[in-house]
Unconditional design. Structure first.
Length: 147
């Protein structure tokens, strides 16, 4: 596979995860699988929550794609790598920066990072299945960039 194709499929995996995870979050996590996801919207004791199952699921898909495309470094490999990068950024932004599950990252003066945090706070204003907003991670509506 040439470099341009590899980069294309890498970006498909990465950008596709933002679209796919938005839809899964809105229609599945806040729908039929709310019983798992609600652990993320309610305070709980302990480090892990049932909602972490979704990260394991997406990670497993990425690993399977990487392994199945490893021999020929085909599109599956590069899509899996794009999904992996998205998962790593999700961990950094969502778990470390926003929720501070491990206290490594402090507050940021970066307007984009602050917009992500504001949008996520609005998402958590609802502790119920219905009524939540902002289901994505990286795409943030313009109103969150204003003070």
């Amino acid at each position: 596979m040439d470099y341009a194709s590899a980069i294309f499929f890498f970006l498909v995996g990465f950008a596709g995860m933002e679209v796919f995870s938005w839809a899964i979050h809105k229609y599945i996590m806040h729908g039929p699988l709310w019983s798992i996801h609600k652990t993320h919207h309610h305070k709980h004791k302990g480090f892990l929550e049932r909602n972490d199952f979704f990260s394991l699921f997406f990670g497993l898909i990425a690993v399977l794609l990487i392994i199945s495309g490893l021999e020929s470094l085909d599109y599956k490999f590069w899509i899996g790598c794009g999904i992996t990068l998205y998962g790593f950024l999700y961990f950094l932004l969502h778990d470390l920066f926003i929720h501070k599950r491990i206290r490594l990252l402090g507050r940021s003066e970066n307007k984009y990072l602050e917009a992500i945090a504001k949008a996520h706070r609005d998402h958590h204003h609802s502790n119920h299945r219905d009524g939540a907003v902002c289901f994505g991670l990286l795409w943030v509506p313009g109103k969150y960039f204003r003070k």
